[in-house]
Design a protein around this ligand. Sequence first.
Ligand code: F58
Length: 929
Amino acid sequence: MVWNPFKKKDEADLVSTEATDSTPSASTVPPPEKTQEKQNGEEQSLSPSVPPAPDNSSSTNVGVAEPVAEVKIQTEQLNEEPQGFVCVPEIRVEDDRTGLDIETLKRAFADNLFYIQGKLGSMATPNDYYMALAYTVRDRLLQRWLNSAQTYLRGDVKVVCYLSAEFLLGPHLGNNLINLGIYDRIEQAITESGLDLQELIAQEEEPGLGNGGLGRLAACYIDSLASLEIPAIGYGIRYEFGIFDQEIQDGWQVEITDKWLRYGNPWEIARPEIAVEVKLGGYVDHYVDDAGNYRTHWIPDREVHGVPYDTPILGYRVNTANTLRLWKAEAPESFDFQAFNVGDYYGAVDAKISSENITKVLYPNDEQVQGKRLRLEQQYFFVSCSLQDMIRLYLLENPNLDNFHETFAVQLNDTHPSIGVPELMRLLVDEHHMAWEQAWQITTHTFAYTNHTLLPEALEKWSVQLFGRVLPRHLEIIYEINRRFLDMVRIRYPDNDAKLASLSLIDELGKKSVRMAHLACVGSYAINGVAQLHTELLKKDVLHDFYALWPEKFSNKTNGVTPRRWVVQNNPGLSKLISRKIGDRWITHLDELRKLEQFADDPQFQAQWQQVKQNCKHQLTKQIKERTGVVVDPTSMFDIQVKRIHEYKRQHLNALHIITLYNRLKENPDLDLQPRTFIFGGKAAPGYFMAKLMIKLITSVGEVVNNDPDVRDRLKVVFLPDYNVTNSQRVYPAADLSEQISTAGKEASGTGNMKFSLNGALTIGTLDGANVEIREEVGAENFFLFGLTTPEVKEQKANGYNSWDVYNANPGLKKAIDMISCGFFSHGDQQLFKPLLDSLLYDDKYMLFADYQDYIDCQDRVGDAFKHKDAWTKMSILNTARSGKFSSDRAIREYCQEIWQVEPVPIELQEYVQANAVLRVRQPNGSKA
Ligand code: F58
């Protein structure tokens, strides 16, 4: 519709005009801006997020593929210039919800502020502006989202379902702007509206729906799935409160509830119309039906509604926008009227609250399972909702469930969703009346399982008693699966009770319990570890018996991280420098970073590289000052350890190094010591006393070191509070040295190690997790290796390793420990750190003392190397250049080809022209129009 200025006032109504020939049709909608393939790159757009300038001469939409509902005034009208009217140039009106002209964006932004936030500019808060902008962006990805969803309903498309109790997404806005390719245009529109885009981006409360590596991996993987145009749905839990916010008070961690939904979430759409019901508790009836079939009837004592909340996950510069479907638990009725009618008002309210509690809060533990009833309910709830949802989708296109496994590949992100194995059996056998054997065939061709841990305390087990109370029917099904499985084992290992006991799904020792990892292994067609070493250790130790049974099920899939968030978004300076040199294809083909190798010795490139790093260090310096008050020297070496706080990750080994350097300075104040800033960040599980004490140790050491005039600012220690995706943004780009110092054989993979290396930090690390592969890729000469290897750790322990002896034999170590012990860092309090010191002196499960001297010596080599700027810069460039393997795109390609057997399905955009919008509703016979 357009206002025609050439009509006389009374005829000058809104003239509806057909789209002209040049309006793109469905088949001619241009693909979104692809990354440029040119290699010289010099004349290319510097910012990876910069789309080509809009072509105002054509009616074709630019940059992204949403069609513009553009209307041109007929030329005849223009030619007939009536007297008394001034001829104005052609007027084009873009669709307000898809248009990308700066004026359109500004208008849409203002419109959303008015109509969605209900505010005028004069009354709006920064959050109102953020919300208005988020809706403006969401509008621009809806067409991709709906077209993707529609395409996946096609019978011939295989869909990956990634089941994960955690998705640690980080903020959406910046990421969506980059993936859509409209960052610069939005920036201009916002600036011209008198606002600052960075400030608006900073308003977003990040969805912290995960604890650490496992949840963040899920987020990187859904980014890559979409970017690779793989049909996928992420299924998880919409926790009302995500991972707690961390404050540091008096050097201690204090946990604050994460109310991330407080001001609303513009990225999600609730779909109550497809809510599902989930049963809990009660008992099971067994009977024979009229046709003589053995049947069961589960009579629950509680039912909960699962309401899906969908978030679009847009791929990088592609039309694919997959769905992240997170489930919220709701009571089926706002009150239980039966209870209400018999006068039990509070009972009814309790029932409602208890149902809704299921998705209230994320359990904040990492590498430690708690065995709580609510946690089991969470797991079952989201898995049941998700499987019911898949079945619903499948039955839209298929008459029965016989080939379910050909349409869905369901990945279990650790054992948390492994209750899916008996749940799919229950749905197929009990609800869809399929024979057990066929159901088992389908189930075991549907699931694949990723293990993320080698720590025994992190392997999930549920007491049989608790399990039976929450999921009585599932316990029966697990017993039946186990009975059949052990029959098979008996044939394979006759007269071997030990084998039966070690493989059984039920642990009969002590308190009888269900072993979820065993359930996942038996119910899955593929099992993988997350780094080469980890997979080898799984095969050798933790899952050895299963490997012996089914070697063909096992494979390694080394983790990866998305370069879009971890380089393009977080380190724009480096991204521009790289793209100028080698083009921007590296963003989707990270191996291309190898082309940087040829410039590693080039003095000009080195200078530019150093400049970028220096800028990042300045930015982090500023943030450190704002957030902690500590002033650090941006020319010092930034030595960083950010990750969950855990004894096996050994942040306290790092602290011992700081104390050792401090002692050297005290002994010789004029020592030529490479100035360093030690930066820590990470949360401790609220119930993990030792980890919280480690935080207190770091902050206490910092207090002494930072304020000692003898140190003359050559050492600084910073604990950055509330480490999360948002706060990590400035950290990785600014690092010189990445601390990856876990005890060998304990870290499954690590992904922070990859983010650092990609951003040009050098690693000091043990041969643990993916460090092994990082070292292999970047070259031993560009990696600082120290510490015992996994077999050496084992060997020392077998030979009666005694940390007390090491302490007595090593004067530097002894001095550091004695200082902590005598209260040097705790205002004379000799008790404060005693539990930590006792655990080191009398047990040292994680071999800190065994690795201490090697670590110190290695750190000395790091200090020396840093003094040689050019050699260091070369190593830094080579780290980035050789980190291509650690892209989550590579990891997802491997999963697609070797486990899921899925192919990309490019999405063709059907144009949605606002002015021509027509509803095509489902036909009465149920078929889709
Ligand atoms: C992490 N696990 C591994 N678990 O520790 C890390 O080495 C690996 O890189 C990463 O997975 C991705 O593969 C992890 O983060 C958890 O946070 C669980 C949360 C739920 C309770 C048990 C631990």
